[in-house]
Write a protein that binds this ligand. Structure first.
Ligand code: PLP
Length: 413
C-alpha cells in the first residue's frame, strides 16, 4: 500500500514549491528564545494586527448591520450576491473608459482564491503561463498543483521593476495562454506607468495571450505614478483583474475578493473562458455571504480620509525603509518603494562575513536580532531579501536598526 502510494509523488510536492508561509515557519524555528526583545516581523504583508493599520469603523459597522439584518445567513449564488457584484463593478468602472456590468464580476474568498480559480480553469493540457520574477509564490505553488507549466519573465530593477518585454516575447509559444502582472507590485513596491501598461497590452495582443492583472494593492500608491487599472486596456486585450478588500481595507481575514473580466470585445465569452470560470465557481468554496452583504456599503461609503491615512503611513514607512537600507553598505535597495507594502533589497554577499546566501542571512538575522525577513529566493531572486514595511513605524525603525547592527557586525574587515 505505502509503496504504491509513494509512486504518485505526494512527498515531493512541498519541497518543490515552498510558499512564503513554509519558509517563514522554518526561519521562526531559528529564533533565539533567550532574546528578551520582541520579535519583529518584516517577512509578511499582514499589517492588520498593528494599531495604526486598523480598518475604518465604517467597514465594521457595515458588517454589523449585515449581520443584524438576517438577510445574509443563507448560501449566496455561485458568482456572488447581485448587489455585491454590482457594487464591485461600479467601484472598478470608476477608473475605466467603459462600464463593467455585474455579470463581469465574480466574487471569491479573497484574491488567493481568485488565483486558484483562474489557474485551475486555464490549466489545459500542454498550456503554459507567464509569471513575473520576482513574484508572488502562491502562483507557482498553485500552478504546480494543476500541472500547469510556468515560464518566468524578468522584472528589471534598473528600470523601476518594469516588465522585460523582450524576455516575454522570447518565452511565448502557441501554448502560452496568459501572462500575470502584479501592479502595484508585490514584492518590489513598484507602480507601472500608463505607457508601460499600454506596451504590455500591445505585446499581449500581438502574442495572443490573456492578461491576468493582480491589483490587490490597487490605489495603495505613494510615489509619482498614479494607480491605473490594467482594465483600461481591456479593448486592446482581454484583462482578468484580481481584486480584494484585504489590502486597501486592511481586513485580510474577511476573505472577500473578486475576479473582474475587463473585456468589452467579449473575447473571454467567445472563447468559453468566462463560462469555464462560472462552472468552476459552482464547485468551489464561496466567500462568506455576510461579508458579501456588507461589501456595497464598504465600497461606496469609505472616506478619502481613511484611504489617505493608510497611504501616508505606507509612504512614511517606505521612505524610512529606503533611507535606512541606504546607510548599510552590504545592502542595496535599487528602487524606492512607491506602492504596495514591500520592497526588494539586494545582499552584497562579498561584503559580509560568514553569510552563505539569502536563506542563511534570514536564519542568522532571526537568531541574532529576532527580526524576520523573507529570503528573496522564495519570490524568485536569490541573494535578495523582501522587506515588508507595513508595520508600526516605531517597530519598523527598531527592526531596521537591528538589521543594520547585524550587517555592520558581520561586515568584512
Ligand atoms: C495579498 C496578496 C494576494 C491575496 O489577497 P487575499 O485577498 O488576501 O487573498 C494576492 N496577490 C498578491 C500579490 C498579494 O500580495
Amino acid at each position: 500500500m505505502e509503496k504504491r502510494l509513494e509512486n504518485f509523488g505526494f512527498k515531493n510536492q512541498k519541497e518543490q514549491n515552498p510558499t512564503i508561509r513554509d519558509i517563514l515557519e522554518t526561519i521562526k524555528e531559528n529564533l533565539n528564545k533567550n532574546d528578551q526583545r520582541p520579535v519583529i516581523h518584516l517577512g509578511h504583508g499582514d499589517p492588520s494586527s498593528y494599531p495604526s493599520f486598523r480598518t475604518t469603523p465604517l467597514a465594521q459597522e457595515a458588517v454589523i448591520s449585515a449581520l443584524r439584518s438576517s438577510q445574509f445567513n443563507g448560501y449566496a449564488p455561485a458568482a456572488g450576491i447581485p448587489a455585491a457584484r454590482r457594487a464591485i463593478a461600479d467601484y472598478i468602472s470608476h477608473d475605466l473608459p467603459y462600464k463593467l456590468s455585474q455579470e463581469d464580476v465574480y466574487l471569491t474568498a479573497g484574491a488567493n482564491h481568485g488565483i486558484e480559480i483562474l489557474l485551475t480553469v486555464l490549466a489545459r493540457p500542454g498550456a503554459n503561463v507567464l509569471f513575473p520574477r520576482p513574484g508572488y509564490p502562491l502562483y507557482e505553488a498553485r500552478a504546480a498543483f494543476s500541472n500547469l507549466e510556468v515560464r518566468h519573465f524578468d522584472l528589471l530593477p534598473e528600470k523601476g521593476w518594469e516588465v522585460d518585454l523582450d524576455h516575454v516575447e522570447s518565452l511565448v509559444d502557441e501554448n502560452t495562454i496568459a501572462i500575470v502582472i502584479i501592479n502595484p507590485g508585490n514584492p518590489c513596491g513598484n507602480v507601472f506607468t500608463f505607457e508601460h501598461m499600454h506596451k504590455i497590452a500591445e505585446t499581449a495582443k500581438r502574442l495572443g495571450v490573456v492578461v491576468i492583472a493582480d491589483e490587490v494593492y490597487g490605489h495603495l500608491v505613494f510615489g509619482c505614478n498614479e494607480f491605473m487599472p490594467m482594465g483600461i486596456f481591456g479593448s486592446i486585450v482581454p484583462v482578468l483583474t484580481l481584486g480584494t478588500i484585504s489590502k486597501r481595507w486592511l481586513v485580510p481575514g474577511w476573505r472577500l475578493g473578486w475576479i473582474a473580466a475587463n473585456d468589452p470585445n467579449g473575447i473571454l465569452d467567445k472563447s468559453g473562458i468566462a463560462k469555464c470560470i462560472e462552472k468552476y465557481l459552482n464547485i468551489t468554496a464561496d466567500s462568506a455571504t455576510l461579508i458579501q452583504g456588507a461589501v456595497p456599503e464598504i465600497l461606496e461609503k469609505s472616506t478619502k480620509d481613511f484611504f489617505s491615512e493608510t497611504v501616508t503611513l505606507l509612504r512614511e514607512a517606505g521612505d524610512k525603509c529606503y533611507a535606512k537600507i541606504s546607510e548599510i553598505p552590504s545592502l542595496t535597495c535599487p528602487h524606492k518603494p512607491e506602492g504596495a507594502m514591500s520592497t526588494m533589497v539586494k545582499i552584497n554577499l562579498p561584503l559580509l562575513e560568514g553569510i552563505d546566501d539569502d536563506m542563511d542571512f534570514s536564519l542568522k538575522l532571526a537568531n541574532e536580532e529576532s527580526v524576520l525577513v523573507l529570503p528573496g529566493s522564495v519570490v524568485g531572486l536569490k541573494n535578495w531579501l523582501r522587506l515588508s514595511f507595513a508595520v508600526e513605524l516605531t517597530t519598523l525603525e527598531d527592526g531596521l536598526e537591528r538589521i543594520k547592527a547585524f550587517c555592520l557586525r558581520r561586515a568584512k574587515k
